[in-house]
Design a protein around this ligand. Structure first.
Ligand code: ATP
Length: 462
């Protein structure tokens, strides 16, 4: 039985079990935006907690930040987003679908890049038109390619009719908030170069295509860490960061090594020293999960130019003065949620010949750690005992009480949610003060004394 799920299987499980819902569904949906249900939000929070612990809590050289979504529009001019944050767009003349041309070319086996100029990509597109079909209707008749700016505009604080002429932007990435707070952090914390600033927050992009579920959305969350270095140390720090980030997926999230690979960028932006992506083996192929980039002094130089405030650093020991170079790690929460579900997704046949789907999450990622069941719903003494156990365990672990249907059905449901342990209270429990604990992965069951459950799960779920 194949363990590589299709995207349809993932979307269906996410909806059925309450991980992810399409946005505004009762109004017919709203493209490229999704809502996270009760298990989805737990999984998201567990991923963010693991990231924060790994990137901030255990690091003496990295501090956190929570900058605002709205910022001075000058920031997006300085960063180059107003002028150049765009993807190549063409329209299918038959069905009017808007299409991302660099992706169409890549799917046809032609190397393309969103950084190419309008002329370059138009030339490449017309040379290869014979190989390209509209993914929606199959037609081969397209408009010219136009570069489409991805920044999302808003009228925040502008009360005129023609606000569009002087828009503010919803941030297109969280790191700009980090760069512009470089001096504030330096002056208020005890950090010295090299040091990093980390933040988790929403970003917005007017993405042209809205395929691939939560992989590419118009509203999404990023986990970013920007690390400020002496120019001479940039590449050594970069190599260390690459190794550190790779290890995050294996050791902290428990992903399978074969589902990850490095991809080195061939066409670097002019200021970048080196750029690698960590790609994950999604149902639609290996695609970017995270970017780990060496950015040189571009960001702080641009913000110095545009703000007029000098963003240099003077080494307290050597008095050397320089503009810090930046290395960054940037990953989307949604892309990590999707990767975690795909990595954990397992289809199995039990010894009894029954098929089951299990999300074999690392326990720290599992939305629910322990589910507690009374064997029968209509036996008040079993329900009362199970509630009593639930009330104790829930103070330490995310737990769920379930008395619906038979125990077999409850196991299947918890398997699909990825709950590592299920506790069943039966008639014997009332006599011997013990319960049955069932393990998600091995499906083995053992009797554990009620009084020892906290300690037992404390060790198992460490
Ligand atoms: P892509 O080439 O897939 O559009 P990108 O190179 O533009 O991604 P970055 O600007 O480097 O992405 O953003 C850093 C990270 O933020 C990405 O690795 C990804 O995990 C996440 N991310 C970027 N855009 C989106 C999006 N539209 N939806 C969900 N996550 C995103």
């Amino acid at each position: 039985m194949s363990n590589q799920p299709t995207i349809e299987e993932i979307v269906s499980l996410c909806k059925r079990r309450g991980f992810v819902f399409p946005s505004s569904e009762i109004y017919g949906g709203f493209a490229a935006v999704y809502d996270y249900g009760s298990y989805g939000v737990e999984l998201e929070n567990n991923i963010k907690k693991a990231w924060w612990k790994y990137m901030v809590q255990v690091r003496e050289d990295i501090v956190g930040l929570d900058s605002s979504i709205f910022m001075s529009p000058r920031i997006w001019e300085a960063s180059g987003h107003v002028g150049g944050f765009s993807d190549p767009l063409a329209e299918c003349k038959k069905c009017h679908a808007r299409l991302r041309v660099d992706h169409l070319l890549e799917e046809a086996g032609v190397m393309a890049d969103e950084k190419m100029s309008e002329e370059e990509i138009n030339k490449l597109f017309s040379e290869n038109k014979a190989k390209i079909k509209c993914p929606t209707c199959g037609a081969q008749d397209f408009s010219d390619v136009k570069k489409f700016n991805l920044l999302v505009k808003s009228n925040l604080g502008n009360f005129t009719e023609d606000w569009n002429k002087e828009p503010v932007y919803l941030r297109g990435e969280t790191c700009q908030g980090i760069y512009v707070n470089f001096k504030n952090v330096l002056d208020s914390s005890r950090v010295k170069i090299p040091f990093g600033i980390a933040q988790v927050g929403k970003a917005f992009r007017n993405e042209i295509t809205a395929r691939q579920f939560i992989f590419r959305t118009r509203e999404f969350e990023q986990m970013e860490m920007q690390y400020f270095t002496n120019p001479a140390d940039e590449m050594t720090a970069y190599e260390k960061l690459r190794e550190y980030r790779w290890n995050f997926y294996l050791a902290e999230l428990g992903f399978k090594a074969e589902n990850l690979k490095w991809h080195q960028h061939e066409n670097l932006v002019f200021y970048a020293k080196e750029a690698y992506d960590i790609e994950f083996n999604y149902p639609f192929g290996f695609k970017e999960l995270e970017g780990v980039h060496a950015r040189g002094d571009y960001d702080l130089t641009q913000h110095t130019k545009f703000s007029g405030k000098e963003l240099s650093y003077t080494d307290p020991f050597t008095n050397e003065k320089y503009i810090p170079h930046i290395i960054e790690s940037s990953v989307g929460v949604g892309r990590t949620v999707l990767a975690a579900i795909c990595d954990a997704y397992t289809q199995e046949e039990t010894a009894g010949g029954e098929k089951r789907v299990v999300l074999k999450f690392k326990p720290s990622l599992a939305p629910v750690k322990v589910a507690v069941f009374p064997l029968m719903k209509n036996k008040p003494e079993l329900v009362a005992k199970a509630k009593e156990i639930f009330d104790v365990l829930k103070m330490e672990f995310m737990c769920e009480f379930d008395d619906n249907g038979n125990v077999g059905k409850r196991y299947r449901r918890q398997d699909e949610i990825g709950t590592p342990y299920c506790v069943t209270v039966d008639f014997e429990s009332l006599e011997d003060g013990a319960v049955t604990v069932r393990d998600r992965d091995t499906m083995t069951q053992e009797r554990i004394k009620i009084a020892e459950l906290q300690k037992y799960f404390g060790e198992k779920l460490k």
